[in-house]
Ligand binder design. Sequence first.
Ligand code: ARG
Length: 559
Amino acid sequence: MDYKQHICNQLNVEGVTKEELYALLCEPPTPDMGDYALPCFKLAKILRKSPVMIADGLKAAYPLDGVVSEVTSVNGYLNFKLNRLGMVEETVKKILNEGEKYGASNIGQGKCVCIDYSSVNIAKPFHIGHLSTTVLGSALYKIYNFLGYKTVGINHLGDYGTQFGKLICAYKHWGNKAEVEKGGIHAINELYVRFNNEATEEMQAEAREYFRLIESGDREANEIFEWFKSLTLAYVQTIYDKLSVTFDSYAGERFYTDKMQPVIDELEEKHLLQSSEGAKIVDLEPYGMAPCLILRSDGASLYATRDLAAATYRKNTYDFDKCLYVVAYQQNLHFKQVFKVLELMEKPWAKDLVHVAYGMVSLEDGAMSTRKGKVVWLEDVINKCVEKAYTVVNEKNPDLENKEDVAQKVGVGAVIFGALYNNKIKDIVFSYDKVLNFEGETSVYVQYTCARAGSVLQKADGIGEYTVTDLTDEEFELAKALSALPDTVLSAAEKYEPCYIARLCVDIAQKFNKFYFNCKILTAQTENVKNFRLALTQATKQTLTNALSLLGIGIPEKM
Ligand code: ARG
């Protein structure tokens, strides 16, 4: 139950909406003041009354019920105390009843969300810069699914462009089949780098010819291209498997080759297309933007042209209610242009396109400097994190079984959680020590807490009947945090911020540990208290399991 919502529904303030009240309700600095508070000075201007008078008036009118047990007016604040016993009992019961469905909903039923994420470039390194789009997009995919939406995960492959002509040319000159088969993407990347460093004028011309051959459907050129593509995809799949990332479609840029012309025709018909130095553009000057380039002067299409075709195709194919593009903020202008052009084309669904922009990820030691030509492969970051996780886990518990498995879950979890813990637009400096700190705001801390809860439950033999007759502050605070999952999932979807869920995990873990250290569970004074505490422990484990799995993070049974 959303207690804040409940309180807002009971409050009637003239000229102020329930949403505004909801946004104003906050948590007082200490729990003894109340569980929620409404700072009435924020209403003083609208109501033209003093905060104290407002608080007094609202208090008198508030109908106490099973949810709120006490309302007080203190210095212009309206404080609410929840009916703690009822609330805690209801929350724990709900979590244990719903199990792995706790936090889910069906508000998305009948609606479809397309999510474009990871969107790798064929034959190019899958580097740390792709971490955020991959794990953010995947988390949003799981979150929307959990809310009942039909979700379509799309890997909009970068498989179109003159670089493929260059690659084929480099391969023809310097490559050989066995070496490329063996070295896979790394070998392909080396060929590409070598071409850029060493190609002669003649080779450049050859490369253009190879690109033309791919375009015109030449068999050999296409076979080599498809081979590079399959090697790249096989490679990235191993990383997707580690991160539990999945897709429903790999329709990349090339897929739209024959779907751009109708869009260009439509632009023409709607008088949106202009010639400019031989190129075709849509003028966006009235909207304060650079023009959107549709065709180059040599007739070649552009990234934006293919995105216009892709958006149209997605609407026609999936009839989405929303289409998300999880792409770095460097492409802000690109998406603003594309969305604007679709709006000018009078596509009513242009408003349903959302660029979910995120910040940069770099490594602590500054290794992600492309200027030096040093690329940090995502695979290496994951492997190094798993390796370090092994050391950390081994130090903590040398006798642990399945240490490799545990290290895998801990290491991969740390990479994902590290990328998701902050608001997505923030630039992140990735630090192995920070993301693997048992005491920090980390996934390993959450996983460890979960294992701790699991070990308590294992020592108990089952959970018997109980009634909640009394509560410690620790029990109450923990249950309150657990009750926040459903709303947190909703707002994570609404704001495209999986970090809300990551933060709730840490909050719950901290509150569980306070409870664990201050309240005896297995040795509680009475059977009733013991059973209730076990149920609360089980509810914690369930809530954390559900929350972490939305982020793509697994939990080791033991740590
Ligand atoms: N492959 C592109 C890149 O690496 C990202 C594609 C994003 N999706 C899109 N529909 N434009 O920059």
